[in-house]
Design a protein around this ligand. Structure first.
Ligand SMILES: Cc1cc2nc3c(=O)[nH]c(=O)nc-3n(C[C@H](O)[C@H](O)[C@H](O)COP(=O)(O)OP(=O)(O)OC[C@H]3O[C@@H](n4cnc5c(N)ncnc54)[C@H](O)[C@@H]3O)c2cc1C
Length: 392
């Protein structure tokens, strides 16, 4: 059995960002195992806030990423029933000056390909696809793991970046994903199919009773990304027959004409049931550590899952670089610096979901209160987007 210095399970955004960060900060060799036959992302758009773009800049990939991204002017909240603006966040020069880094939106595959190319150029990183990890074992001075095809590995450090249904998570916790009873439909279309009504340079978030709808441009403005999310009344834990196209149509029939016309353009052949995890504060066991969705899967309502995974990557690399002499202690330091923050983000995402999906008088109170804030008041975002020196 070949012994690796550092092994990462999962070649998604979290796994590849970590491979890059670790090899750059520590000089360690890093091996990535991905179960799919090719590296790639399912889904379409991704919002990246300054807490992520700051780390991507340090990894030396932000300039290349910016070549594919869009820098939106504003994040606009709209009432999906009344077609009225609730509030907006100015994402322009004042925002960039405040946080030191930009808010960008892009196609997921564009981000993954930039990370993948950077990993391929790095001689300390090796990548293997078609390796579905089935078991993981702690062996004190390292870990062993085995794949569905019988291949097995031993490693000094094992990082579980294997997503919501992480196999590696079983080494530190026995919990299961939690279903939100909401479902998302998402996809992109050529910009030419969209009308200019909503301001195509912005991130627009339409909110309504038990539903929301997100729109923004990706890939240098050539494509437009839309995500439609709603609560399914047909949800039961034992069936997949919920969140159907009929329910989609019923939910969106209550929205304003503009949202209805945009929702009609959505792909309907695939849906994503929404899951997260209960926050846990223990992410490590000896020389095994969790990262990204494997550590803190969250609802996407504040667009932070990938951002948090990228923050994990930077923090983990820093902790290992500073603590090579005692790897279990370095992993505990990473956990201490990251787990409370990620738990707060998970809980905030759930709370924001409830806030988006209010109806009637409660929605009116929300709209009135949100309408009072100034577009360049970032005080409620500092804890999330601001630099946390010890952890970054
Ligand atoms: C609708 C929607 C919109 C979102 N929008 C945003 C957004 O705007 N901004 C944002 O920051 N986040 C967003 N997120 C969240 C974000 O997509 C995830 O948090 C992020 O992709 C997690 O990255 P990861 O690398 O940790 O996990 P994943 O992306 O799940 O990657 C895990 C990888 O591990 C591999 N793998 C899994 N099991 C095994 C195994 N046993 N063996 C080997 N390989 C394995 C998988 O194939 C995969 O490649 C959104 C999520 C959804 C559902």
């Amino acid at each position: 059995m070949e012994r690796k210095q550092t092994l990462i399970v999962g070649g998604g955004i979290g796994g590849l960002a970590t491979a890059l960060a670790l090899s750059q900060a520590t000089g360690r060799s890093v091996h990535v195992l991905e179960r799919s036959t090719e590296f790639g992302e399912i889904g379409a758009g991704l919002q990246l806030a300054p807490n992520a773009t700051r780390i991507l800049d340090r990894l030396g990939v932000l300039t290349e990423i910016s070549g594919y991204a869009v820098h939106p002017d504003r994040l606009v909240w709209m009432d999906a029933l009344r077609e009225q603006k609730i509030t907006e966040i100015d994402l322009g020069a004042t925002f960039r000056e405040h946080f030191g880094h930009p808010y960008i939106v892009m196609h997921r595959n564009d981000l993954l390909s930039v990370l993948l190319d950077a990993c391929r150029r790095n001689k300390s990183i090796t990548l293997e696809t078609d390796r579905h990890v089935e078991w993981v074992e702690d062996v004190g001075d390292g870990a062993r793991l085995g794949c569905a095809d019988g291949t097995a590995y031993e490693t000094e450090i094992l990082i579980g970046a294997d997503g919501l249904r992480s196999k590696v998570r079983g080494s530190v916790s026995s919990d299961e994903p939690v279903c939100a009873e909401y479902v998302a439909y998402r996809g992109t279309m050529p910009m030419s199919q969209m009308s200019t009504h909503a301001g195509l340079d912005n991130v627009v978030m339409w909110v309504g009773p038990d539903m929301h709808f997100v729109q923004y441009p990706v890939r240098r403005g050539e494509l437009y990304n839309q995500v439609a999310v709603f609560r399914s009344k047909r949800y039961t834990p034992d069936s997949d027959d919920w969140g159907t196209v009929e329910e989609f149509d019923a939910h969106f029939a209550q929205t304003c004409d503009y949202v209805q016309s945009c929702a009609k353009l959505m792909w309907r052949d695939r849906r994503w049931p929404m899951y997260d995890r209960e926050p846990i504060l223990g992410w490590t066991h000896n020389r095994i550590a969790l990262l990204g969705d494997a550590a803190h899967a969250m609802l996407q309502y504040i667009a932070q899952g990938a951002c948090q995974a990228i923050e994990d990557a930077g923090c983990l690399a820093k902790c290992i670089a500073e603590g090579e002499a005692d790897i279990p202690a370095a992993l505990v330091r990473y956990q201490t610096l990251r787990a409370h923050q990620a738990a707060r983000v998970q809980i905030t995402a759930r709370a924001m979901g409830k806030f988006f999906h209010l109806a009637g008088a409660e929605a009116e109170v929300r709209n009135t209160l949100m309408g009072l804030r100034s577009p360049s008041d970032y005080s409620h975002l500092d804890w999330l987007y601001g630099e946390r020196k010890a952890a970054n």
